[in-house]
Ligand binder design. Sequence first.
Ligand code: ZN
Length: 603
Amino acid sequence: MTLHYAIRPAHPGAHLFHVTVTVDRPDPQGQCFMLPAWIPGSYMIREFARNIVRLTALANDKPVTVEKIDKHTWRCAPVTGELTLAYEVYAWDLSVRAAHLDQTHGFFNGTSIFLLPLGHERAPCRVDIIAPEGAPYAEWKIATGLSPARGTRRGSFGTYVAADYDELIDCPVEMGRFVTGKFAVLGVPHEIVITGAVPRLDMTRLTTDLARICEVQMRMFEPAKRAPRDGAAAPFDRYTFLTLAVGDAYGGLEHRNSTALICRRNDLPFLGMTDSTTGYRSFLGLASHEYFHSWNVKRIKPAAFAPYDLTRENHTRLLWAFEGFTSYYDDLLLARAGLLSEAQYLGTLADTMTTVMQRTGRLKQSVADSSFDAWIKYYRQDENAPNSIVSYYQKGALVALALDLAIRAGTRHKRSLDDVMRHLWQQWKAAEAAGVPYDGVAEDGILAAAEEVTGLKLARSLREWTEGTRDPDFARLLAPFGVSLDTRPAVESPHFALLGIKLAAGETRIAHVFDGTPAQEAGLSGGDVLVALDGLRIGADTLDKLLTRYRPGDLVEVHAFRRDELMRFSARLSSKAPPKLSLAVNTKASPAAARARARWLAA
Ligand code: ZN
């Protein structure tokens, strides 16, 4: 039995997709249909069903009664023969997580679009992707990780197939007039599709750099497979980077053979640009991150995700390994691909350390707890987040760093975290080869794998870093690699250093008040709009200029609006600026340290 879907961008101006799903043999008791409450990779309940506008059911050309039985499930009255549901989906979320449709393009994740007929989870799926009507859309085409059915040319509107619902919803679709860059990596076809105006885009540079990143990753997981004829250098037959370039946004979501990215158009390289800008490096880091997820989380995954329950939160204490390790490798592999210099790489690492060490949330929440509570905390951050939570991305990346360095030093540089990743990857492949369901990584499975691969006793350190809140001793861990850590006061931003606040971008509104700072002591709060300092008006870009005239210990008067009430605060400027960490190669280190560093960072 095959599930038949059809999707048509019926009213691009009204942001409406028309969708149908047909079930040949519906449940005789009354077929139920469910829409996921969340999208894998983004750990928050999003209630995609709220965007379903109208829904009707039809069997034997007659309407069928449908009732809603919970927030995301519909039940049809019992029918014999084919049952079709037709509905509209409102698509106006400009992110990688849901669906978006207007006159310029359409994008959707299946989790926002395709209702699952319960009981048919394993059924193969066919989906007709129908072109919008009218001359303005004549040049629209399709990009997706789904395979075209016989008779449909890849890239054009027509019929696409998926082995089951899980694959169907893991292959987002872009439609519009995008540009495409194609490249092969160890014989595997790859493409990057870019929607949105990007003047004088340097596609050659972009595809050349992406190919280097992809090859480094394939070789990390499959060091033995070197030629196209070896086939399985990658866990997919082809890969697509779906990219939406806009004025200001940044994000990505991983899928089994594609990723959806949203980025700043100015981060992409243009013809004649020869240097490596921070914006471009951050785009490459994003692409590297999502590509690494093809192994780490799309295949190697927590037992809690095998399989996903799309109706509710899926708790695991391991996102520090699946997101944190991926965050560690995204930049590290740029360095190994020659796209970040040693100094640039150490700079990004130091920035991550600084962000984590400046926030007291790391002392109150472990990364394991942060993983478990991602659904209600990391994904729902408020003004107090820096004081109450730790990022399993950032601290998780630092745990990966600490573990990698400890393994390298502890095994005399014979083993590394790469070996642990390859071991986890072999476990997935073994299940796949045996045709048995992959159980996923148990909650203590990262530690078990690391100890098995290295022969080291890692439990105490790893538990302290992940289940506890202890900071790894980075200076000690980095020393054998000839890298020294320096900590000095962060004085670059006076309002942060002297008052202990961060402002919302381009505003005088306080975004965060940090723990134990003069602003918190004085009673200033997130959301307060600063008006004046000692009677002089505060502008978004003038506060720091004003504050540079003062010294730590000075008493200042701050006026701010809280809601519509003007309030006055008295703050004594801090004499203890938050820390700023930097990393540098120690030129006096031994040749052995230089060799160890090269094994870690060099191609
Ligand atoms: Zn990620």
